[in-house]
Design a protein around this ligand. Structure first.
Ligand code: GRF
Length: 216
């Protein structure tokens, strides 16, 4: 089973969804480590309560010295023989070198149907654009923020009276479904990267790689 590290900065609800899924019999990956770049991340206590080893590597003292921070991060990943990284609300950009090193082995989740609405305030962006469907995307990480080959997406309807908060909550429940499924696909070699996209090695995409919205 491939040892996975989850990187967080905050509450870590996606982290918890991954931990819970990975605890089930037969899940093809093991959550070996949770790393936070903030000592006050609420998710740390949750990981510990689930018996997962946690580490804090504060990024703030490094300022713009991204490589300096990544040196410590890489050392911790090496020490724990980590093979896959899942970013789960990790609020720190990486150097292109770090991303390149982990290319094909580092996933991120973003709460929009990428390539729409990357970056900050995706739910506000969705509401301002007036989309009728939004959702979440798990993708391989590339140097460009909130971009990269898409592994899995889940869609939700946008209600006429949605606020960024109500939409975020609806999308979050889909995030918790698709992130474990995406990690499963990666860990079982169920997908391969083909240029800018991924393809299912089973040749069946629709059922495995997306969640469709239902009317609310
Ligand atoms: C999630 O919405 C995730 O998609 C985004 O940041 C948020 C993190 O939430 N990247 P949590 O810490 O997993 O609860």
């Amino acid at each position: 089973m491939r040892p996975v590290a989850i990187l967080i900065s905050g509450r870590g609800s996606n982290m918890s969804a991954l931990i819970e899924a990975a605890a089930a019999d037969g899940f093809p990956a093991k959550i070996a480590l949770v790393i936070s770049n903030r000592a006050d991340a609420p998710g740390l206590a949750n990981a510990q309560a689930n018996g997962i080893k946690t580490l804090v590597i504060e990024s703030k003292p490094f300022g713009k010295d991204r490589a300096g921070f990544e040196k410590l991060l890489q050392a911790a990943l090496d020490e724990h023989k980590i093979e896959v990284i899942c970013l789960a609300g990790f609020m720190r950009l990486f150097t292109a070198e770090f991303v390149q090193h982990w290319y094909g082995r580092m996933l991120n989740i973003h709460p929009s149907l990428l390539p729409s609405f990357p970056g900050l305030d995706p739910h506000g962006q969705a509401l301002r654009a007036g989309v009728k469907i939004s959702g979440a995307t798990v993708h391989f990480v590339i140097p460009e923020t909130d971009a990269g080959p898409i592994v899995m997406q889940g869609a939700v309807p946008v209600a006429g009276d949605d606020t960024a908060e109500t939409l975020a909550a609806r999308v979050l429940s889909v995030e918790h479904q698709i992130y474990p499924q995406a990690l499963r696909l990666l860990a079982t070699d169920g997908i391969k990267i083909d240029g800018d996209v991924t393809t299912s090695t089973a040749g069946v995409d629709a059922e495995d790689n997306l969640i469709a919205p239902t009317v609310i």
